[in-house]
Design a protein around this ligand. Structure first.
Ligand code: CP
Ligand code: NVA
Length: 339
């Protein structure tokens, strides 16, 4: 498998075999890390991390993974670059190409990361846009493999706002990898766009998966994975909360919803999550609307079925795999030792 020089913008651009390869490579890199071995094939390389939106996991994952691989990182925070304000995406891409071996971008429209990739001569990695969050999906699939053995044939039910980066990305991943995906929400407006649904249905026909939209909580029946994400995403106005809380509260992941899923089912969430009152926004929403938990209850979040922190750890191993593969490196392991 040769992914050298490829961008990583959305899983739409990758075949099932390529995705499987990246998941397997992540598992190998995780083993190397856990065994305490050092593998620094990219010593001396430099990468740029552009974050036009905030982050905990993605930034840390890129930085730690890059350093583990021997690379140096330069972080450009939401206010720390000229990108899009004083300098075009195209010019920025050309400048960064002269100094860096790879560029990560987190921000707004997918067309921005696409333009960056079109104009840069080095791999560009999508660290989240409004439309897609592909590195999160690799981590999610690695976690499912670790917990449930495989991804193929698994039933994934996604509750809440399924039309944004996480819902879209999940539908794409499921359709490519032969999973059965259902988005469950109260209204068509919360489902991924028709055009993307159609694309995914075609991929699902090839992979043996399926794509469904449901307004009924019975969608959870027999699920292997129950997934949710925040109801208002980064970049959306605060005013959205009122209607979202009213409309999506019946789709909150709680113990009675989890009871409909398989006994072996796992609960997943990309994080951050509003499952208690220990954040500024949650406190504010509590004062205004009286809510104490939003997309998931604290009980489910902290339950045995919840794998959210393993999922978070896997962000690092999978992002490492994406960078290693697209920069043309693969570890060679002989009798348990990386050489
Ligand atoms: N899941 C995720 O992308 O988290 P951050 O926003 O903290 O990077
Ligand atoms: N949908 C969320 C995902 C965060 C990882 C957001 O865009 O804010």
């Amino acid at each position: 498998m040769n992914l050298k020089g490829r961008d990583f913008l959305t899983l739409c651009d990758f075949t099932a075999e390529e995705i499987e390869y990246l998941i397997e490579l992540s598992a190998t890199l995780k083993k190397i890390k856990k065994s305490g071995q050092i593998w620094e094939p990219l010593k001396g390389k430099q990468i740029a991390l552009i974050f036009e939106k905030t982050s905990t996991r993605t930034r840390c994952a890129f930085e730690v993974a890059a350093h583990d691989l021997g690379m140096h990182t330069t972080y450009l925070d939401p206010s720390g670059s000229q990108i899009g304000k004083k300098e075009s995406i195209a010019d920025t891409a050309k400048v960064l190409t002269t100094m860096f071996d790879g560029i990560e971008y987190r921000g707004f429209g997918q067309e921005i990361v696409q333009e960056l990739a079109d104009c840069a001569d080095v791999p560009v990695w999508n660290g989240l846009t409004n439309e897609f969050h592909p590195t999160q999906l690799l981590a999610d699939m690695l976690t499912i493999k670790e917990k449930l053995g495989s991804v193929k044939g698994k039933k994934i039910v996604y509750f809440g706002d399924a039309r944004y980066n996480m819902g879209n990305s999940w539908m794409v991943a499921a359709s490519k990898m032969g999973m059965h995906f259902t988005a469950c929400a109260p209204d068509d407006k919360y489902f991924p766009e028709e055009e993307l649904q159609e694309k995914c249905r075609a991929w699902a026909r090839e992979s043996g998966g399926s794509i469904n939209m449901s307004k009924d909580l019975s969608a959870a029946d027999g699920a292997d994975v129950v997934y949710t994400d925040v109801w208002v995403s980064m970049g959306e106005p605060y005013e959205k909360w009122e209607a979202r809380i009213r409309e999506l509260m019946p789709y909150q992941v709680n113990a009675s919803l989890m009871a409909r899923a398989k006994e072996s089912a796992i609960f997943m969430h990309c994080l951050p999550s509003f499952h208690d009152l220990n954040t500024g926004i949650a406190k504010e929403l509590h004062e205004r609307f009286g809510v104490t938990e939003l997309e998931v209850t604290d009980e489910v979040f902290r339950s045995e079925q919840s794998v959210v922190f393993e999922e978070a750890e896997n962000r690092m191993h999978t992002i490492k795999a994406v960078m290693a593969a697209t920069l043309g490196e693969e570890p060679c392991i002989v009798q348990g030792t990386v050489i």
